[in-house]
Design a protein around this ligand. Sequence first.
Ligand SMILES: Cc1ncc(COP(=O)(O)O)c(C=O)c1O
Length: 379
Amino acid sequence: MRSSGSSTLAEAAPARRVKFLDFPAQFAEERDALIPLIVDVFARGNFIGGDEIERLEDELAHYLGVRHVVALSSGTDALIFALRALGIGPGDEVITPSNSFVASTAAIVHAGARPVFADVTGDQTLDPQAVAAAITPRTRAIMPVHLTGRVANMSELGALAERHSLALVEDAAQAFGSKEGERYAGTFGVGCFSAHPLKNLGAAGDAGFLVTNDAALSGRVRLLRNHGLSDRDTALSFGYVSRLDTLQAAVLRHRLTRVDDVIARRRVNAGIYDALLERRAVFVPETPLDTFHTYHLYVVQAERRDTLRTWLERRGIATKIHYPVPIHLQPAGERLGFPRGSLPQTERQAERILSIPIHQFLTPDDVAYVADAINEFYR
Ligand SMILES: Cc1ncc(COP(=O)(O)O)c(C=O)c1O
């Protein structure tokens, strides 16, 4: 028997497929440059430490305009080590948003301190007023998250930190190259970056780094990353193993030379979305004029988000949610003392946010196809 017209329509292949990420395209673009660099690491047989790491640290420091960069094996370790090197631990409180990847809060817990969540503004970053209200005599640091590549309100958060003598530990995992004014995200306090493969500046495995202008602090982080060893045979303290692999350093050194182009292409795509997405369809927070957004993610806030997501999926468009369950509502976060209803803006956004494809390999037609599909859903 022949299938009915409507089911044939429902099963029809979408006109286009728009991937959320495109690692094969990334590899095709960089293959010729990357392979010799990898072969070189093997030929030299230097897999841990060495010049490659130091060069990467110098190049990152030069790019960001900071004095010290410590290459690490993940962004999570950068956050943990930042807190530990600042002497933050049991009895201390750190104010942070709940709408982040779990690692931000996990780092505070691993340092032995207490995470205190403050709500966010419509743009998904820490609300300085909520932060001010959360400060207690135990507060030692503010940890803003530059979520999606959008810089948190650093002028206000910085002023608040200064007024209350608090440290600023920036979770800049998603924000390499983002700026407020002329200053890069991650350079207002101690900056913690992830170079996980998904990031705009990503390695071919886990990777991260910490940036600071404080020589003593960077020295403490160097000890923490390598067993507390000041030289091969002298342990000044008991540390961890969080060295960046030399292979990853070689990959990152190459990708650092390309990162401005990656960011520029993502910004072009964001510009097309900004122009085409109808505001009655979805809410996209404004980007303040004095900031530079690098679009690790492009997030819309949408009514009937889950139905929209299915609608887009049927049209071949991949989407994700960053993040569907805020940390204070995760099973791991239940004991932190922030019940449902305690962070209204964060909780409301969690039901509405949708990350749509923004990667640098999309064509303008791909981006327009996504925007049209979203607009059409609300018509
Ligand atoms: C906001 C945020 N914080 C922290 C991290 C942790 O970084 P990593 O995966 O390199 O440990 C990530 C990475 O996914 C992140 O997105």
